[in-house]
Design a protein around this ligand. Structure first.
Ligand code: SAH
Length: 256
């Protein structure tokens, strides 16, 4: 099982250390950092206590896309319910979904920067949104404490003896495959001269939201890419496709 914690633009290195400790207590190992303000940092090591091995193996990325490129399921965590187009889960329900998806692919749980949380652009990469229920008058937890709550729920769902959910029938498409799909859609929309009528250039953002919410699996991805390629082959004067699929038939054969 591969479940990674992704911390985006963490300002306080102490929070990175405390998050690493929370993870290690609960059996999680993979820490990914996107543009941390300061890392490595003595404050992170001090707060990690006995979890400095997680800091040593932590991977640092410039972009969130890179941190989730290999992941099927991507869960965003937010204190505020501001991204209403995504299903909103509590950590417990979320943990069950994560454990299931992690049986056939990599999963990421993404945490935002301390003061402002995840941006809409960052949330647009997520398939699910999870909020830790709190007193409505003060809903924002300390970053590392939010990591602790998710890690604890994952531990309960995965500890020895916990019932193992059946794996997904077909693994989910990965982040990098989703990025290719969006490029392909953009290209086809351009070729068929489809007009963005969202009034503000939101068309691609809305399309992303739609497909991320749908949690596209590998078969569905093959079908979608096959359809796009078929549209292009009718219209394209010559060349100029996004990296092509193995073959359209592959997807159709496996789909149920
Ligand atoms: N005002 C910000 C809080 C940032 S706290 C917001 O609205 O999200 C830093 C990060 O900790 C958040 O981005 C989120 O990933 C996590 N976090 C804090 N409180 C949370 C809560 N109640 N539920 C889920 N995640 C939370």
């Amino acid at each position: 099982m591969s479940i990674r914690i992704v911390l985006v633009e963490t300002r306080h290195p102490g929070n990175i250390g405390a998050a690493a400790r929370a993870m290690k207590n609960m059996g999680l190992q993979e820490l990914h950092l996107v543009r941390p303000r300061s890392f490595p940092d003595p404050e992170a090591s001090a707060r990690a206590s006995g979890a400095d091995d997680l800091l040593e193996t932590a991977q640092v990325h410039e972009h969130l896309e890179d941190a989730i490129a290999a992941c099927g399921l991507v869960v965003g965590s937010s204190a505020r319910q501001r991204y209403l187009s995504l299903n909103l889960l509590e950590p417990r329900e979320c943990a069950a979904r994560i454990v299931q998806a992690s049986r056939s692919g990599k999963v990421a749980i993404v945490f935002g920067t301390e003061r402002t949380g995840l941006t809409n652009a960052e949330l647009a990469h997520c398939n699910l949104l999870a909020t830790i229920p709190t007193d409505s008058r003060y809903s924002s937890l300390n970053l590392a404490m939010a990591v602790q709550v998710f890690a604890y729920e994952l531990w309960l769902a995965m500890r020895p003896g916990a019932p193992l959910p059946a794996p997904l029938e077909v693994p989910l498409a990965t982040g990098v495959e989703m990025t290719r799909l969006y490029k392909h859609i953009e290209q086809v929309l351009e070729q068929v001269e489809f007009r963005d009528r969202t009034g503000g250039g939101y068309l691609m953002a809305r399309i992303r939201r739609l497909f991320n919410r749908a949690q596209v699996d590998q078969n569905e991805m093959n079908i979608l890419r096959g359809i796009l390629t078929a549209v292009q082959s009718k219209r394209r004067p010559a060349g100029n496709t996004v990296e092509s699929l193995p073959s359209q038939d592959d997807g159709m054969e496996k789909s149920s």
